[in-house]
Structure formats: C-alpha cells, structure tokens
Design a binder for this molecule. Structure first.
Ligand SMILES: [Ca+2]
Ligand SMILES: [Ca+2]
Length: 224
C-alpha cells in the first residue's frame, strides 16, 4: 500500500474514534444530573455507543441542536415533560428537574435521580415524607389528593397530632382492598405521600386514613 494512503486511513480512523468518544461523553453533561447515570441515560449499553434506549431515541429524534454525533441536547420543558421510557414518571421527574428549567449546575436532589431511559429505574412508587410545614397539628386531618383526577401519580397530605400507628389504604369503588400504602408508626406532624397507581384501571378509588383514634376516607379518580 502507498504509505501516504496508509497514513490518511490511520488519520481518518483516529478522527472517527475521537468523534465517537466525544459523542459519548458530552451528552450526559447536557441534561440535569446526567453524570449520575452517564452514558446509560441514553444507551442500552451503559458504556455508551450502539443502540439508544427510549430516552436516547427521544433526544436523537427531536431534541438535538443538529442531527448526528455533533448535536447538543436541547434540555427544556418539552423534553422534561415526556415520559420516554413509559414508567409513569416524566424525564424531568426522573432527573430531578420536573419543569425543565435547568441550564447548568445542580438542581433537585441527586440522590433521587433515576434513569429516564430505563423503565426498571424509577422513583419510589410510594414515599412518605414530612411536609415542609413543621408546625405541630392540633387535629387529625386527611386532605383531598392532588392532582385529582390523576394518572398515574398523586399526592395525599395528612396530619397526625400525636404519635400514631398510621395506616393509609386504597379501596376500589366496590370497597374492595387494593393496596395499603402506609403502615408506619409516625410522630406528630404533617406528611405527604406520593402514590402511583400501578396496573389499575380508570375509575373511582377511595383512600382511608386510620389510626387508633381517627378514621376518614376520601374519593379520588384515576383517568388513564
Ligand atoms: Ca420515565
Ligand atoms: Ca425510568
């Protein structure tokens, strides 16, 4: 082989390899908390390259500044509001920037980040958190869930004025047991529960808060 041709081929190979490495490494830095899952955010192979996962395909098909490996990810409310992997949580919820306002730097709680391209990686289905309202409630309360109607996640707020064994249970419209989403001994305080309806059909459901000294039910509507 002509030595000049040989060196041109080597040169092209180096450029191609460099382009692939650059393409794999910069995109995780263009989504909020993207470094946590790195290339696994966009590719089935967690080391990057090859077939894209559902989030990577969404990016590739509509959220690049230009097609191909040189395109930059256009993070914003549109991409944040999609649920690319169909796990019931938007890309923004998974990456801790639900509104898509991130433009660099940290946002949300990195410890809660899940993979927007992997349906098996998603936020906890049910979580009980102390509310930001740290006042001590004088009464038991059970608030109306929001959003309502909902699909598939909703939030239920309640308060307990004393340390209590708390149960929060979902029933269907026939009064049949569906799921107990809280069963904990909680200290006096205000609480938020996020609940995600998994494998349930549209319809009316009831949620019941029960303690030793209190019991109340409210209605909510799942619309799929
Ligand atoms: Ca998702
Ligand atoms: Ca996911």
């Amino acid at each position: 082989m002509n030595p000049n041709k040989y060196s041109i081929i080597i040169g092209l190979a180096v450029v191609a390899a460099f382009t692939i490495i650059v393409a794999q490494s910069f995109r995780p830095n263009e989504i909020p908390n993207g470094f946590i899952n790195d290339c696994a955010n966009c590719h089935i192979n967690p080391n990057g390259g090859g077939t894209r996962n559902a989030f990577g395909s969404a990016v590739e098909n509509g959220f690049l500044s230009q097609p191909g490996p040189g395109g930059h990810v256009q993070w914003g409310s549109a991409l944040a509001s999609l649920d690319s992997d169909g796990d019931g949580f938007t890309n923004g919820e998974e990456l801790q920037d639900p509104s898509g306002v991130w433009t660099g730097g940290s946002i949300g709680n990195p410890a809660l980040v899940t993979n927007p391209g992997d349906p098996n990686s998603h936020p906890d289905i049910t979580s009980v958190d102390r509310s930001n309202d740290i006042s001590l409630p004088g009464n038991y309360t059970l608030e109306q869930n929001y959003p309502n109607p909902f699909n598939p996640s909703t939030v239920i707020n309640f308060s307990v004025p004393e340390q209590s064994n708390v149960s929060l249970t979902i029933y269907n419209s026939l009064g049949q047991f569906v799921e107990e989403i809280v069963n904990e001994n909680l200290s006096a305080g205000n609480y938020n529960v996020q609940w995600r309806a998994v494998n349930l059909s549209s319809g009316v459901y009831y949620y019941t808060l029960a303690t030793q000294n209190f019991r109340e039910s409210k209605k909510m509507i799942l619309v799929k």
